[in-house]
Design a binder for this molecule. Structure first.
Ligand SMILES: [Zn+2]
Length: 248
C-alpha cells in the first residue's frame, strides 16, 4: 500500500527534485553569497571558497584506518569507508540547505565533489569499485513527508557519472524511526535492530560488493544495521560512501 501511495503522491515531487537538481544554480556562491565569476570548476562555488574547503585530501585509502574516525563509530562492521569531508562548516551548511531547505543544487555541488574524490580513490585502488550503489532508504511515511530521499538523489548522480548500477528497490526501511530525544544510547540501539530488510528484486542480483550511499555518518548505527543485512544476504564487501562524517 505504501508503495502505491508513494508512487501516486511523491513521484511528481521526486521528478521535480531531480529536475531542479540539474537546473537550479543561482548566480551567487552558495557559501559566501558573492557573485560567481567565469571560474566554475564546481557550479555554485566561487574560486576562493573552493580553495578554502577543508577536506580529507591528505587522507587516502579507507577512513576506517584513521583512529579518530574509527573511534567515532559504533563498532563498524563494514569493510571500507569514504567521505567527502568532516561534518563541519561549510559542509554542514550545504547539507542542511540540501536536506531541509529544498536547495537541491547544494546537493549536486556536494555530490560532484564526492564523485571527484571517489574517482581518485578508484584510480588508485580499482578493486574498490562496487557492483552496485544502494542508497539508505527512508521509511515510506518519512518519504511522503519530505518528498524526496536525499541519499537516493546522491546515489542517482553518482550512478550516472561513475557508470555503476543503482538499486533502489531491494533495501527497505521497515520501521519508522520516532524521535530519539530522551532515550538512552542502549535503548536507541535496541530499538533500531531489524530496521532494514534486504530482498533483491532482480533474480540475477548476486552482489559481492555493495556501496551504501548516505548523506552523513554520525554514530554509524544505520550503516551497521544495513551492513548486517547485506552480509546475511551473502554480500562479501560493504563500502559506505557519504558526503560527511563526524569524527570522535
Ligand atoms: Zn564563495
Amino acid at each position: 500500500m505504501f508503495s502505491d501511495i508513494k508512487s501516486a503522491l511523491s513521484n511528481t515531487l521526486y521528478k521535480k527534485a531531480q529536475q531542479t537538481l540539474s537546473t537550479s544554480f543561482s548566480s551567487r556562491c552558495f557559501v559566501c553569497q558573492m557573485p560567481l565569476d567565469e571560474w566554475s570548476h564546481v557550479k555554485g562555488l566561487c574560486q576562493c571558497c573552493y580553495k578554502d574547503l577543508p577536506s580529507y585530501h591528505e587522507r587516502t585509502g579507507c577512513l576506517l584506518n584513521y583512529y579518530d574516525i574509527r573511534a567515532g563509530l559504533n563498532r563498524p562492521n563494514w569493510q571500507h569507508q569514504l567521505a567527502l569531508a568532516e561534518y563541519k562548516w561549510p559542509f554542514n551548511q550545504l547539507i542542511s540547505q540540501f536536506k531541509y531547505q529544498n536547495h537541491y543544487a547544494s546537493g549536486t555541488l556536494l555530490t560532484t565533489l564526492l564523485k571527484e574524490k571517489i574517482q581518485l580513490e578508484l584510480q588508485q585502488q580499482p578493486h574498490l569499485k562496487p557492483d552496485v550503489l544502494i542508497p539508505v532508504p527512508l521509511h515510506p511515511i518519512k518519504y511522503l513527508w519530505r518528498g524526496f530521499n536525499q541519499a537516493q538523489l546522491i546515489s542517482e548522480q553518482l550512478s550516472a557519472s561513475l557508470t555503476i548500477t543503482q538499486d533502489v528497490t531491494s533495501l527497505k526501511r521497515t520501521r519508522l524511526r520516532l524521535a530519539q530525544a530522551g532515550k538512552t544510547r542502549i535503548a536507541r540501539l535496541k530499538k533500531d535492530i531489524n530496521t532494514f530488510k534486504f530482498t533483491p528484486k532482480c533474480a540475477n542480483a548476486n552482489y559481492q560488493h555493495v556501496a551504501v550511499i548516505d548523506d552523513v555518518i554520525t554514530t554509524g548505527a544505520t550503516a551497521q544495521q544495513i551492513t548486517r543485512v547485506l552480509h546475511q544476504a551473502g554480500v562479501k564487501t560493504v563500502s559506505i560512501w557519504t558526503l560527511a562524517i563526524t569524527p570522535a
